[in-house]
Design a protein around this ligand. Structure first.
Ligand code: AHG
Ligand code: MN
Ligand code: MN
Length: 334
């Protein structure tokens, strides 16, 4: 019987420092960077929790590079992350869903070490209706082999397999942070009474199977034939009781898949022939997390983290989740 009075209390930043110890040559820069992200998400969640009484509901009245209407909270979240990470030069470049171009904090040639790529607020359409939303982040190293350049673009267009860290925060019934530095997936919950993330799961493993599929079936008629065949199977007697869960916030749909197993699909559609989700700061970080937890992520053609990006805001089809469930979806493709 676990005695809660004897269980150790480990904060997320303590855990991050412990992970750092396994890299004797580490100088603490990545730990500092991750702590900056934690701080930013604590500030973001303080706005999310009071959205209805602050003037942060609704749209900003502008559209972003994605052509999407920008919500006020998108901007607040974006500026919060930029401000929490932008003052120390170990962060060389920041890439945000909300900014057309990368923000060069310190050019790689003059010492900028890391690239932080993020979706500051994922699931914006759910802000006004009090449904879970989140923040997704990915960390790459600036490439020493590249000539220093003003835009930093070449440094950013690296495969997901090059990520050194990734994670997300779900602003749900509680505020849960999950992260990896390539040594497993670990989760912590924000204790709002003390403003600290407290670790509650280490080396979390995604179940190898799960009878939940997650996709927006409104687009079903324009999904690839293999996906349509899979969906017909999943609803059949033969499949034996699959359920559909779709929150419309990738980060929340993925978090459920991470904990309960199952599969999330955002296939190509006629509206988004390349898929809707962004490769660099939505699909890649979650693919890193999925693989670290024993799951898989693909773009329906190959390993997602092997894709070489060609543009900053490139979209990709995404199929991610339990190994057996992803294999089952792909078994319906000829
Ligand atoms: P964002 O709010 O950052 O633009 O992301 C929204 C994404 C993702 O969170 C979600 O899975 C997907 O959009 C939902 O798209 P549909 O409304 O087309 O299902
Ligand atoms: Mn998003
Ligand atoms: Mn977003």
């Amino acid at each position: 019987m676990k005695n809660s009075l004897t269980e150790p209390i480990v904060t997320a930043i303590q855990h991050i420092h412990e992970q750092q110890r396994s890299h004797p040559d580490a100088m603490g820069d990545l730990s500092w960077l991750l702590d900056g992200i934690l701080t930013a998400t604590k500030i973001i969640q303080s706005y999310v929790r009071r959205a209805g009484i602050l003037d942060v509901i609704g749209s900003q009245g502008t559209t972003n590079v994605q052509g999407e209407i920008v919500q006020k909270l998108d901007i607040i979240a974006n500026e919060t992350i930029l401000r929490c990470l932008g003052y120390r030069d170990i962060v060389g470049i920041m890439v945000s869903e909300e900014d057309d171009e990368p923000t060069i904090v310190k050019s790689p040639g003059s010492g900028g070490k890391y690239i932080v790529l993020f979706d500051p607020l994922d699931g914006s359409s759910n802000i006004d209706v009090n449904v879970s939303i989140g923040t997704i982040f990915s960390v790459l190293r600036c490439r020493p082999d590249l000539p220093d350049e003003k835009t930093g673009l070449a440094h950013c267009l690296q495969r997901g397999a090059e990520q050194v860290a990734a994670g997300y925060v779900v602003y749900g019934s509680s505020t849960v942070m999950a992260y990896t530095t390539g040594q497993g997936v670990h989760m912590a919950t924000l204790d709002p009474s003390v403003g600290t993330y407290v670790l509650h799961a280490e080396n979390l493993k995604m179940p190898a199977r799960g009878k939940t599929y997650s996709c927006n079936e409104a687009y079903c008629d324009t999904f690839p034939e293999g996906v349509q065949k899979y969906l017909r199977w999943a609803k059949s007697e033969e499949a034996g009781g699959y359920g559909l869960r779709y929150i419309g916030s990738l980060v929340a749909d993925f978090h459920r898949t991470m904990l309960k197993g199952g599969v999330f699909l955002y296939p190509p559609t006629s509206k988004n022939p390349q898929g809707k989700l962004r490769l660099l700061y939505e699909a890649n970080p979650l693919a890193f997390m999925a693989e670290q937890a024993g799951g898989v992520a693909t773009d329906f053609t190959g390993r997602l983290m092997d894709k070489t990006p060609t543009s900053l805001h490139e979209r990709t089809p995404l199929l991610i989740g339990s190994t057996e469930e992803v294999e089952r979806v792909m078994s319906f493709f000829d």
